[in-house]
Write a protein that binds this ligand. Sequence first.
Ligand code: WQD
Length: 351
Amino acid sequence: MSKLETVLLTGGAGYIGTHTAVEFLNAGVNVVIADDYSNSSPKAIERLEQLTGKQVVKYGVNMCDKAAVRRIFEENRLDAIVHFAGYKAVGESKALPIQYYRNNVDSALVVCELMQEFGVNQLVFSSSATVYGDSQNVPFEEDEPTSCTNPYGWTKLTIERILTDFVEANKEKTDVNKDVFINDLSVTLLRYFNPIGAHASGLIGEDPRGPANNLMPHVARVAVGVNDHLNVFGNDYPTKDGTCVRDYIHVVDLAKGHLLACQKATPGLHTYNLGTGKGYSVLEVVETFERVNGIRIPYVFAARRPGDVPESYANPARANKELGWRAEHSLEDMCRDVYNWQKNNPQGYGD
Ligand code: WQD
């Protein structure tokens, strides 16, 4: 593949995007960020610049706006794209499926079309363990059959499908595809498990707009007194303590997975689980958070949340072997870093 000098991070002002930008910048790669700030803050980019002492090139664009995105390709010589931009709330996707499909699928198509137009041959896509649906065949391996239980998940799986066809069509140049053919096209699908944690500096972290959907932002808001207790959804699952088990992964480990995926890219389609391989229950997360931070997290048991599977955790062996990637942070690290971020920024980026 060509030398990795400049990468475009779509959705680069978001939670995973900012942490990934830090890893690329620290590795000496130039970063271009495209973000419409619909679920993120421009301040997050200022923070990551402060943290790394480096500048990024920023575009406040919506990724479905092809003319605006084309300018990014015209103005920068991109070697690779990491496509994070997308809507990501499971519950909201059930109420707004058309908006989810339009936004998530359209933005991915815009990226593919511009890769064809400009001959950019490297893409990493932000996928999710949600593509394993309600399977209980844990730990999940990448060739586990895929399916989904909500429109958000289906947008991820649909984009995986599109990218699979994209790679297939670029294996051979023919009379039919010669005008859009991409030489040595490399696409990597990264299936994230449950990203939590924050950069150890406390300068960047997760800042969900409006009500939080996921476990850790709820725990963090209780920890700093924004909310008075946590609801634990279900305590009668067939798991070690009756609460659901997930594979929580430190966002910095996840971010490093993107850098390695770009550095080690080879032509073709590659799919990797990014998880630790260890499952922790909701109560174990709460207990760990309390222990490492010396703080109480009051909780009550509430009804099961529809769509939750009892257990989800990765077999990360393929990413270990092929990318040389391994999650290095413990659940203790994740809980400590979340609290550090939330204490320093009780209102997130504050805008
Ligand atoms: C974890 C556990 C909850 C909140 C989701 C998406 C997935 C991915 C990541 C991203 C579950 C319990 C939660 C609370 C609780 N998508 N919980 N009280 O559901 O594994 O994955 O986020 O963009 O596609 O499905 O993560 O953090 O929401 O929940 O008890 O207030 O915490 O029931 O058992 P999940 P989560």
